[in-house]
Design a protein around this ligand. Structure first.
Ligand SMILES: [Zn+2]
Length: 484
């Protein structure tokens, strides 16, 4: 198969502002239908939109995070189409022409199977969200359609990539990367199930050296996996169509994740179908350099830079650094913990293997887990293990109880007398007794079955409910057995 796929993404991002983009209504998710509405977002005649400054700030923040060029002057346009969930009969958006969108250019570097790949961005613009049509929802007349305008006018940022993506895996890696950045800079919650992050893909195929093929836009992918599956399916469908000698047409297709296929939805619109024109109710947006600089100064350290720093300063591997910086919350937890406990690798191991176990066993969400086991408490537990006060095994039990009770490690260890027995005299007595109680095994050990050492250690640990220092016990047993 000598076809190459050419893929570009259009990512729609609901911004985490308190109010909508052109009115003061709440932009919060949910709420009883049509309770977050006013004459402006319902498109009543004679109302005037007023631009939300925070929405512009968030868009500039993302533009700066991906090295985009922020426009000094930017404009809003009306994109005209008729649909019941669009009360004005047009959507306020930004036209794809120089000087119109808030940001142009920029790029992201995405980790893929083939190593790091640079995906260029074409533009980032700001627009308003449409409403939501309800058909056949429980509690509603199944023969009628209903419309909820709560989402109408929620600020939506659209990020458009250049067609630099070549495989389905690269497409989902690119979306995952963008989602991570959006969450890091705090402009979107990245929740694909609730629709606050959505992605359309433009897919075409060509033989090497050919110009770009006819573009097919696929919509309705609401998870990373769905995006990957939809793009794979579409590449295969287009390849088969061409192999049969048929011509591909420019169209919009809908992905059905249950049926695992795309369906034709409509012919792909050209920009001219929307009769874009500048919105006469909104003046051009002028963005001062001073403001851009202030937003830039307020950007947090981005994931790639943070992972690099942790790798260099704390001796984590590249993989470990990437894992621990996956979300900002996790990276913050890790860094706070490391300021209290110096062994970064131990912190990493406990955070990635033990904490998730405790979280699922105690059925806590991430916030509750952090409330029960704040970073300083985990650090204290690791101190106790490191200095030998408790064994690693007891440490895990203590962590379980911390998750449930919210108590500190020291509290639990003291209350339950869990301190590891490292007292030589106490251990000596136990070792002697264990050997006396098991004469047959002692005989066998001395005849060469040295594997039995583990059995003796086990007996001592059992007698102390796991509190004996296993390394010391093992050492003492060995000495005793050799000199007997
Ligand atoms: Zn409103």
């Amino acid at each position: 198969m000598s076809y190459e796929a050419v893929i570009g993404l259009e990512v729609h991002v609901q911004l985490l502002t308190n109010s909508k983009i052109f009115c003061g209504c709440s932009a919060a998710f949910g709420g009883a239908p049509n309770t977050h509405v006013c004459p402006v977002c319902l498109g009543m005649p004679g109302v005037l939109p007023v631009l939300n400054r925070r929405a512009v700030e968030y868009t500039v923040r993302m533009a700066l995070a991906v090295d985009g060029q922020v426009a000094h002057i930017s404009r809003f346009a009306r994109k005209n189409y008729f649909y019941p969930d669009l009360p004005k009969g047009y959507q306020i958006s930004q036209y794809d022409r120089a000087g119109e969108p808030l940001s142009t250019g920029g790029s992201v570097t995405v980790e893929t199977d083939r190593g790091p790949r640079v995906i260029r961005l074409r533009r980032i613009h700001l627009e308003e969200e449409a409403g939501k049509s309800l058909h056949g929802e429980p509690g509603y007349d199944p023969y009628l359609s209903y419309i909820d305008y709560n989402r109408t006018g929620v600020p939506l940022m659209e990020i458009v990539t250049e067609p630099d993506i070549r495989t389905p895996q690269e497409a989902s890696a690119c979306l995952a990367h963008l989602r991570q950045m959006l969450q890091y800079i705090g402009v979107c919650d990245g929740n694909m199930e609730e629709g606050s992050l959505r992605c359309d893909a433009n897919v075409s195929i060509r033989k090497t050296g050919e110009p770009y093929g006819e573009l097919v836009e696929i919509k309705n992918m609401n998870s990373m996996r769905a995006l990957e599956r939809a793009v794979s399916y579409e590449i295969e469908r287009q390849t088969e169509t061409r192999e049969r000698g048929e011509t591909l047409i420019r169209e919009t297709r809908l992905w059905d994740d249950g049926a695992r296929r795309t369906f034709p939805m409509r012919g792909k619109e050209q920009a001219s179908d929307y009769r874009y024109f500048p919105d006469p109710d909104l003046v051009a947006v002028e963005i001062e350099n001073r403001w851009v600089e202030a937003i830039h100064a307020g950007l947090p350290e981005l994931p790639a830079a943070r992972a690099g720093r942790l790798e260099k300063t704390l001796g984590l591997s590249a993989d470990q650094s990437r894992t621990i910086t996956e979300t900002r919350t996790r990276a913050d937890y890790f860094e706070t913990c490391v300021t209290h406990h110096p062994d970064a690798r131990a912190v990493f191991n406990w955070m990635t293997s033990e904490l998730p176990r405790v979280q699922s066993e105690a059925r806590l969400d991430t916030d509750a887990l952090t409330a029960h086991i704040p970073p300083a408490h985990l650090a204290e537990l690791l101190d106790l293990v490191r200095e030998g006060s408790i064994s690693g095994k007891i440490g895990k039990d203590v962590l379980d109880q911390m998750g449930i009770t919210g108590k500190t490690a020291r509290q639990i260890v003291t209350e339950q007398g869990l301190t590891q027995i490292s007292d030589t005299d106490a251990l000596e007595t136990l070792v002697v007794r264990t050997l006396a109680d098991n004469p047959a095994e002692v005989e066998a050990y001395r005849a060469g079955k040295t594997k039995l050492l583990a059995f003796f250690v086990g007996q001592v640990m059992k007698a102390t409910q796991g509190k004996a220092n296993p390394a010391m016990v093992s050492e003492m047993l060995k000495k005793k057995l050799e000199t007997m």
